[in-house]
Design a protein around this ligand. Structure first.
Ligand code: HEM
Length: 220
């Protein structure tokens, strides 16, 4: 069956290295574009925007893992979530560095003045600040140190990050009155967060946990 095959693939040793390589492709493509001078008339702006776009896309992908895992019964997806989460942070840090370099020439005093001055930058900055403890505690030792429930509560910050990311994008595009993409991401992230709310409230989570426990017992 297709699902069994997918699960086997997700649990195989090749899944993680393959995902790592796929997620790195946008970065390689941007480096190539910069080196080959193929980023258009304003390469600095292209890099800031592309890294922002990839942060948002990776955020959508990581938030889609649980709905896909539960809805299509693909437990193997869970082991890929940490890497996807770290890629969100990787692209966010790249985005921040591109801004600090190309917009501000690494003038840290100027950056410290610019962040509170421009609301859309402040919102983006808050998002990356909130992502930092999540990236820092994505290791097994940190999970053990914090304990499961506290770790889970901390990692719910990713929902606030999703809201801030859309607000950042909305605010940035407000100047240009160009909202089509913003609405698309808002709808996608809204559905992924809405699904979680439904899952938590509908009792579906309890039923799924019981079903997984039964499968586990049978597998033993
Ligand atoms: C999770 C964090 C963040 C996400 C998801 C994010 C996402 C985005 C997105 C989607 C864009 C628009 C790209 C486009 O037009 O195609 C953007 C633009 C931008 N972001 Fe962020 N961002 C984040 C954090 C930050 C931070 C920390 C800063 C700086 C302190 C920042 C500064 C900017 C700037 C300067 C632009 C370009 C504005 C322009 O070209 O007019 N962002 N960001």
């Amino acid at each position: 069956m297709l699902r069994d095959r997918l699960n086997r693939g997700l649990l195989s040793g090749a899944a993680k290295p393959l995902l790592f390589a796929v997620c790195l492709l946008p970065f390689c493509w941007l480096v190539y574009g910069a080196v080959a001078d193929q980023l258009g008339a304003n390469p600095a702006e292209a890099l800031i925007r592309a890294t922002g776009d990839w942060t948002l896309r990776m955020l959508c992908v990581v938030l889609a893992v649980t709905p896909l895992r539960v809805s299509f019964r693909l437990p193997g997806l869970a082991r890929l979530r940490r890497m996807l989460g770290l890629y969100v942070y990787f692209y966010a840090v790249l985005h921040l560095l591109c801004y600090a370099w190309f917009d501000m020439g690494f003038d840290w005093q100027e950056i410290a003045r610019d962040i509170p001055k421009r609301p859309f930058i402040l919102v983006g900055f808050t998002a990356i600040v909130l992502l930092t403890p999540l990236a820092a505690t994505s290791w097994n030792r940190a999970i053990r140190w914090l304990g499961g429930p506290r770790w889970q509560a901390l990692h719910r910050l990713v929902y606030a990050v999703a809201v801030l990311a859309v607000l950042h994008f909305f605010w940035m595009r407000a100047g240009k009155n160009d909202f089509a993409e913003v609405y698309l991401y808002a709808a996608l992230l809204g559905s992924l967060l809405g699904w979680r709310l439904w899952y938590a409230l509908s009792g579906e989570r309890r039923r799924t946990t019981v079903a997984y426990a039964r499968v586990d017992q049978r597998a033993r």
